[in-house]
Design a protein around this ligand. Structure first.
Ligand SMILES: [Zn+2]
Length: 467
């Protein structure tokens, strides 16, 4: 393999094992931190390709870092593999679970991880044949769905020596994402009061549930005095056992999101004060369990340009009429307002509404836009230049984390989107290895954007993930 066309060709010719791998992960969905099969499958493949594997980054047994080659530059490909609850789905265009209530790849992470792995393998083969210096890394990152894996790996220094990183996320459109995903804190507040018989001696009790409810009321008043872009959501995870016992223990679980890390930190402090106030009002005690936090995403435009250039070299994805029909059937299962909202997010001309599947390539089109979702890829983007690539692995009308995403992620639509991403990432990496000017540009942009805000882990000292 010499040229970019050779690498594209190699990925075409050798797609079968990568498709098998993606399908195997799709057929055996595993929840965050339990991705034993997926991580073993990927690490085993990379080991056979000459990569050395280091397990357990960030204290997670399903995290691994695969390294091949030596010297600079060091380019990382970021993978994920975790699935979601209640999204079990047969490999068909209409909703029907394999196991009712079971797991499913509702975010396409079977494709995400395997696409990155395929790119890493292609680039490693090209580097070797070229006799070029350079190191290829693949990161097997667990637990993206609980926004934890990369944050804990980052705290371990896993990404510190990278010159740049490439990753992709399955989507319904081929385009580099140059918007940002918001930062987040994920934490629980537990209150401790005194149990008492609620009928006979309520005056002897101190209700931890009262504290939870008053805390939530306080937070709901806080909403008026935070920027519009803030999101605060909660669920009560323990509200006591029986109405006739004053609850001695209660718990509420919070997510706090804001466009930047500093905003999340500030609002979390105010939420803590409310917890303190609720404890005072109810004569209870409170404690906090900080589960995880993540940073907003800083997408690198120089890398987005390389990705778009690669897309133009590769051409669009050629979806067949059968695949379009399959996508249309999936879309039709979702309400028109859901589909319309998704279409608006694609920022396409209005006459394209109703297209079930998009094979064309688009340049980055969401500069400065803030998506209210979060991803732990954000933390990597503050440590090394990175731009999240999106490719069309799903139909246009299936919302994120739905059975519709699962339905296209285990068949040819998902396979084609994954292969497209692998080619784009491989070509972008070839530019970074062979053209120092491209890497310099990406790094200069990164240094400029981060110079006043060096990366700080969102995790408080000593935070430990329950594995
Ligand atoms: Zn995802």
């Amino acid at each position: 393999m010499q040229t970019k066309q050779d690498v594209i060709h190699w990925l075409e010719e050798n797609q079968a094992p990568f498709i098998r791998m993606a399908d195997e992960i799709w057929e055996n969905p595993e929840i965050a931190l339990q991705e034993y099969k997926a991580s073993k499958l990927q690490a085993g493949y990379l080991e056979n390709e000459g990569f050395t594997i280091r397990w357990g980054s960030g204290g997670m047994p399903t995290a691994f870092i695969a390294t091949w080659g030596q010297g600079k530059p060091i380019i990382g490909f970021i993978g994920e593999y975790d699935a979601l609850k209640n999204l079990s789905q047969k490999n068909q265009a209409t909703q029907e679970p394999v196991v009712p209530g079971g797991l499913g790849q509702g975010c396409g992470h079977n494709l995400l991880g395997t696409g990155g792995l395929a790119a890493a393998v292609a680039v490693r083969r090209w580097l070797e044949e070229q006799g070029k210096p350079g190191t290829v890394r693949y990161y097997g990152c667990p637990a993206e769905e609980i926004l934890a894996g990369k944050v804990y790996m980052a705290r371990d220094g896993a990404f510190d020596d990278l010159d740049a990183a490439l990753n992709f996320h399955p989507s319904s459109i081929n385009s580099p994402n140059i918007g940002t995903a918001v930062a987040l804190n994920n934490l629980k507040f537990r209150f401790f009061g005194k149990a008492a018989h609620a009928g006979a001696s309520p005056h002897l009790g101190r209700s931890a549930l009262d504290a939870v409810e008053l805390m939530n009321v306080g937070v709901n008043y806080l909403r008026e005095h935070v920027p519009d872009t803030t999101r605060i959501h909660y669920v009560i995870t323990n509200g006591g056992d029986l109405p006739n016992i004053v609850p001695a223990e209660a718990e509420v679980w919070y997510f706090v999101r804001a466009p930047e890390r500093a905003g999340v930190d500030e609002i979390t402090e105010r939420v803590r004060k409310i917890a303190q106030g609720a404890a005072l009002m109810t004569d209870t005690r409170w404690e906090e369990e900080f589960i995880t936090g993540c940073s907003n995403t800083l997408n690198n435009h120089a890398l987005a340009d390389l990705q778009y250039r690669a897309m133009q070299e590769i051409g669009p994805i050629d979806f067949t009429p059968e695949e379009k029909e399959y996508a249309r059937t999936v879309n039709e299962a979702f309400p028109p307002d859901v589909r319309h909202n998704l279409f608006l997010g694609l920022r396409l001309p209005p006459e394209m509404e109703g297209e079930p599947l998009l094979g064309e390539n688009y340049p980055g089109r969401n500069e400065g836009e803030i998506s209210t979702g979060s991803s732990d890829i954000g933390d990597v983007s503050w440590i090394t230049p990175l731009c999240e690539l999106n490719t069309a692995c799903h139909s246009t009308g299936a919302p994120g984390h739905s059975w519709g995403i699962v339905a296209t992620g285990g068949m040819s639509i998902g396979h084609k989107g994954m292969l497209h991403a692998a080619k784009i990432m491989a070509l972008a990496a070839m530019d970074l290895y062979s053209d120092p000017e491209q890497l310099r540009k990406a790094r200069a942009e990164f240094e400029e954007k981060t110079k006043d805000h060096p990366y700080r882990s969102p995790l408080p000292p000593g935070a430990k993930l329950k594995v």
